[in-house]
Structure formats: C-alpha cells, structure tokens
Design a protein around this ligand. Structure first.
Ligand code: ADP
Ligand code: MG
Length: 139
C-alpha cells in the first residue's frame, strides 16, 4: 500500500541562493503537506551513507562533497501518491532536460546541483526520512 509520503531535501546551492521560500511555496501550492522540516547540514560520512546506492559511480565522490558543503533543508511531505507525484513535479534529474515550470528547471544550476532531492520509492522515502527525523518529529 502506498504510504502517501515522500522525502525531499533542498540542496546546498538552492539554499545558499535563497530559493528555499520560493521552492516551499511551489511545493505547498501543489498540494503537498509538510509533515516534518529541518535546516541541518550533513557530514561527509552522512552524505556518503545517504547516497550509498550510487557508490562507485563516477559522480559519487563529488556528489557527497557537494551535499556536505553547506546547509540543506530536509522535509517530509504528504500527498496522495507522493513519491511519484513529487518526482513528476520536480522534473528530470538534469535541469536542462527538466520540463518548463518544474522546480529543477527553475532553480537547478547543474546536473549535480539540481535544487532538490526526491525519493524514488515508498521504501526509500521511509529510509531517507529516518536519516533526519524520529517518529516523534513527524506530524
Ligand atoms: P535523482 O535525484 O533524480 O533521483 P539520481 O538518483 O540518479 O537522480 O542521482 C542522485 C543525484 O546525483 C542527482 O540528483 C544529482 O544531484 C547527482 N547526479 C546524478 N547523475 C549525475 C551525473 N551524471 N553527474 C553529476 N551528478 C549526478
Ligand atoms: Mg535518486
């Protein structure tokens, strides 16, 4: 059964460029409910663990470096069919290929620095949420 929840992060470049408010506005107006939210920063080790599925790929080390380079906003969102709906909403991984009007198209600055993360399955949404939030911190 679908959990109707997904996990996202506003990545370091988007946070640094002060896109947080605009991105949150888009997310809320799309009908996603915020169930947990935190401004925090990943250590190199935590970023490595978060993206462990990509270990060995050519972009992994650089991605881990980037994701631990500054603050991120970690967020749990709820909406019907949240995982798929959110991934469609943010657009393709590469901002240049993302559809017009998507968050990655509007606020992504490169393939690596593509503004936001979006979980790719209910299972991963739960695992990724657990990196940042206890059950008590989820509403
Ligand atoms: P998505 O975030 O769309 O699920 P992936 O899981 O494939 O994409 O990759 C995780 C993240 O790694 C991407 O969001 C992006 O920041 C980065 N990334 C993916 N592919 C590349 C690449 N070829 N070069 C540089 N960075 C990449
Ligand atoms: Mg992914």
């Amino acid at each position: 059964m679908a959990s109707n929840r997904t996990f996202t992060m506003i990545k370091p470049t988007a946070f640094k460029k002060n896109y947080t408010g605009a991105i949150l506005k888009m997310i809320i107006e799309e009908g996603f409910q915020i169930r947990a939210m935190k401004l925090t920063r990943l250590t190199n080790e935590q970023a490595g663990a978060f993206y462990a599925v990509h270990k060995g790929k050519p972009f992994y080390e650089s991605l881990v470096e980037f994701m631990s380079s500054g603050p991120i906003v970690a967020i749990i969102l709820e909406k019907e069919n949240a995982v798929e709906a959110f991934r469609n909403f943010i657009g393709a991984t590469n901002p240049e290929q993302a559809a017009d009007g998507t968050i990655r198209k509007l606020y992504g600055t490169s393939l690596q620095q593509n503004a936001v993360h979006g979980s790719d399955s209910d299972e991963n949404a739960e695992i990724e949420s657990g990196f940042f939030f206890s059950k008590m911190e989820r509403y």
